[in-house]
Design a protein around this ligand. Structure first.
Ligand code: DGL
Length: 269
């Protein structure tokens, strides 16, 4: 069985890349809804409708398990999908709980009451839609006491990345970090709460300073998915990957190859 990985565009490739390195025999189908990216400026109903469509496309491609490698979809649509839409023989998982468990020093599925943790000042960088849901803050408050989280909605960064405009993306990252620092001058840890942002990891780290720990999701999600697949084994994989896009395959392939620094070839979805 192939695992479906979904994002509005290129960001989910950061997750696919880490998951594929961790699980080299697993088959994957990646879907980028490039024609409708960015999602982060849309309202929750629109994000829900687009995410349901994309997930159905991956079910139709033979994936029984789909990872929403998109924080915006995970924050705005996942719970609603799990409560009323996902068929009983399929699974849809999101990306931010593994990161929140790591930040709050918990093992998978530890639902004990909230407690004090080492990190108290956390900067969250995410899309406007993710920030608006307050989903990160809600999940953190279930697990940690006294954690101060300052969120910065990073308008424009995803568009610049999808356009392949690195200079603009770097400039926007610097200005969003400046805006965050005006609200929280000394964050201890920064969460890159959008799967596109690890593609700009260096720009975030440089703007934040070397003493700020910058957390992104890829390795944490890879570990958590590996753990999940060990508990639900399927030995049929041959390590293949197919990449589908609702946008222009040539353009999306060029951008993907530019950012991942390896040849990635998309086909029309
Ligand atoms: N990569 C997506 C995320 O993690 C989203 C981007 C978007 O389409 O705005 O939020």
């Amino acid at each position: 069985m192939a695992v479906g990985i979904f994002d509005s565009g290129l960001g989910g490739l950061t997750i696919w890349s880490a998951v594929q390195a961790r699980l080299p025999d697993q088959d994957f189908v990646y879907l980028a809804d490039s024609a409708n990216a960015p999602y982060g400026v849309r309202d929750a109903d629109a994000i829900y409708a687009l995410t349901v469509n994309a997930t159905q496309r991956l079910f139709d491609a033979g994936c029984d398990l789909v990872v929403l490698a998109c924080n915006t979809a995970s924050a705005a649509a996942l719970r609603r999908m799990q409560e009323g839409w996902v068929p009983s023989d399929k699974r849809v998982l999101g990306v931010f709980v593994p990161l929140i468990e790591a930040l709050t020093e918990r093992q998978w599925g530890d639902n004990s009451p909230p407690r004090e943790v080492a990190v108290n000042h956390v900067a969250l960088f995410a899309t406007p839609a993710t920030v608006a849901t307050r989903a990160f803050q809600r999940e953190l408050s279930f697990r940690a006491i006294g954690m101060d989280v300052e969120a910065q909605a990073c308008g424009g960064v995803v568009d610049a990345i999808e356009e392949g405009d690195l200079i603009l993306a770097q400039a926007l990252v610097r200005s969003h970090v400046d805006a965050l620092k005006r609200k929280m001058p000394h964050p201890q840890t920064a969460i890159l709460g959008c799967t596109h942002y690890p593609l700009m990891h260096e720009a975030f780290q440089e703007a934040l300073g070397a003493d700020v720990k910058v957390l992104s999701q890829a390795d944490l999600v890879a570990e958590s998915l590996a753990d999940y697949l060990c508990r639900h084994p399927d030995k049929t994989g041959g390590g293949t990957a197919a990449f589908l896009t609702t946008g222009d395959p040539k353009r999306v392939s060029d951008r993907a190859t530019q950012f991942l620094r390896r040849e990635i070839s998309f086909q029309a979805a």
